[in-house]
Design a protein around this ligand. Sequence first.
Ligand SMILES: Nc1ncnc2c1ncn2[C@@H]1O[C@H](COP(=O)(O)OP(=O)(O)OP(=O)(O)O)[C@@H](O)[C@H]1O
Ligand SMILES: [Mg+2]
Length: 263
Amino acid sequence: MGGHHHGEGKAPEGTVLAVCGKGGVGKTTVSALLARLFSVRKNGRVLLVDADPAVGLGMALSIFPERTVNDIREEIISVVKERATDSLDLAASVDYKLMQAVHQDGGMGFLSVGRPEDEGCYCQLNTLLREAIETLSAHFELTLIDAEAGVEQINRRVMRSVSHLLLVCDTTPKSLNVAETIRKVAEEAVNYRKLGLLVNRARGEGEARALAARSDLPLLGWIPEDETVREFDSSARSFLELPPCQALHAVEEAVLEGGFLDI
Ligand SMILES: Nc1ncnc2c1ncn2[C@@H]1O[C@H](COP(=O)(O)OP(=O)(O)OP(=O)(O)O)[C@@H](O)[C@H]1O
Ligand SMILES: [Mg+2]
């Protein structure tokens, strides 16, 4: 089913895959399934980023880092308040702090965005998250981002350096509309090379194809409702321990075997 190419002619850089879509469609589930596949295929060279302040991926993988991007944001603010630091020193120490916040687990790096107490801090946090993604992804072969629901992080250019945009929807036209909106905003705000659609909770290929045909988003594949996923979710078991199941297989086929992601 292939993917749409965009911005070709640029030097190939590290692969940065972001999983985006409407709230509740299965972004975290897809991210966790991919993390499970990568943990087997690419030991040690994968960075996972939980970019959702509501904490999705960390929970799904039972990874709870001590320090988040928001913690670093707070540290920077207190340093700046205390004394006038040289701005170059500050920039270097930010990169160092970001590296230190990468939690190593299951042979992969993990970074969590965290959550500010004050609504007004999201803009700063998103700026630092963008910096984190751009700095840290250079040290990993593959970066996987479980994005916040909707179009905000795309619009704010947090995902600017994303090379592969994986749009997830369920079988509702509403969620397909959100995927289309994300694509539209990403045309300006993201430097992506590939983009594709995954239809979650479909009852068959026919349903997925019929939905995708309402848009011109390239369909990568579909994921069925999966009992094993449901069980792992309700018992809070780590998806890194997920046994082979339909959903895992579906994601592997759509994203890896279909050639969307070359790893
Ligand atoms: N294919 C599936 N089979 C069974 N359960 C699923 C499937 N996809 C998602 N779910 C369940 O649906 C719920 C929502 O999925 P998930 O948390 O992945 O969505 P999300 O897009 O990350 O949501 P949010 O926007 O809140 O971050 C979860 O409880 C998840 O376990
Ligand atoms: Mg989520």
